[in-house]
Design a protein around this ligand. Structure first.
Ligand SMILES: C[S@@+](CC[C@H](N)C(=O)[O-])C[C@H]1O[C@@H](n2cnc3c(N)ncnc32)[C@H](O)[C@@H]1O
Length: 205
């Protein structure tokens, strides 16, 4: 199956991006929990789907969340473990696996930065249902999805959405943050492309 996304070189991607600040969608979601005091009495649980080498996971741990970090790439999980101290490790559970097949525990926050689109259109609906089922009441999902004008359209391993598809997908949720981005730029692996991205934070009501 042909693929334009070059997933054979994730370590190179982590090297370039891993130490960058957390994603805007994750920061928005974490701030919502703090602003409205929604974390509850016990240490809250977040899932980071396609965590990479910890750009977002490390921030959640820093803010005192328990995190289940999931990635298919072993070097991603190695990278996270190398970045955190023993105390933070007590808050972290990791799984090296594809997220299409994994069971998700009930969680207050499900974060997936630039990873959910990397699932085929055949697998995406079941994965999205699994995410919604795992979200606790008032829980948030923070993620990026790709739009129909992205230059990777045509790759059968990636899922793309029109604006009306997005509205339908998010209809069971309450939208808290939405930014649609379109720009020509270079990927972390140095490939020129047109990005069409939806940045999303939505709440289970
Ligand atoms: C573009 S990177 C994003 C990494 C990180 N979330 C960030 O924001 O920088 C996508 C990550 O998702 C992982 N990934 C892609 N498809 C996956 C799948 N089906 N199951 C598990 N991990 C996957 C890759 O190994 C990679 O680490």
């Amino acid at each position: 199956m042909f693929s334009k996304k070059g997933t054979g070189s994730w370590p190179k991607y982590y090297e370039k991006t891993g130490k960058r600040p957390p994603r805007e969608t994750l920061l928005f979601a974490l701030n919502e929990f703090e602003k409205y005091n929604l974390k509850g009495k016990n240490t809250p649980l977040a899932i980071d789907l396609g965590c990479g080498n910890g750009r977002d996971t490390v921030e959640m741990l820093r803010r005192g969340w328990r995190v289940l970090a999931i990635d298919a790439e072993p070097s991603a999980i190695e990278g996270i473990n190398a970045r955190i101290n023993e105390e933070k490790k007590t808050l972290l559970e990791t799984k090296i696996c594809r997220f299409e097949g994994v069971l998700l525990p009930k969680s207050q926050l499900i974060n997936s930065s630039f990873a959910l689109p990397l699932v085929s259109p055949i697998d995406f609906p079941a994965l999205w249902k699994k995410i919604l089922d795992a979200l606790m009441p008032r829980g948030l999902v923070s993620c990026q999805l790709y739009g129909e004008r992205d230059s990777w359209v045509g790759d059968p391993t990636i899922t793309f959405f029109s604006r009306s598809d997005i509205d339908a997908l998010l209809s069971p949720l309450q939208l808290e943050y939405f930014r649609e981005e379109e720009e020509d730029s270079t990927t972390p692996r140095g490939i020129q492309k047109h990005w069409h991205i939806y940045h999303i934070v939505a709440r289970r009501s």
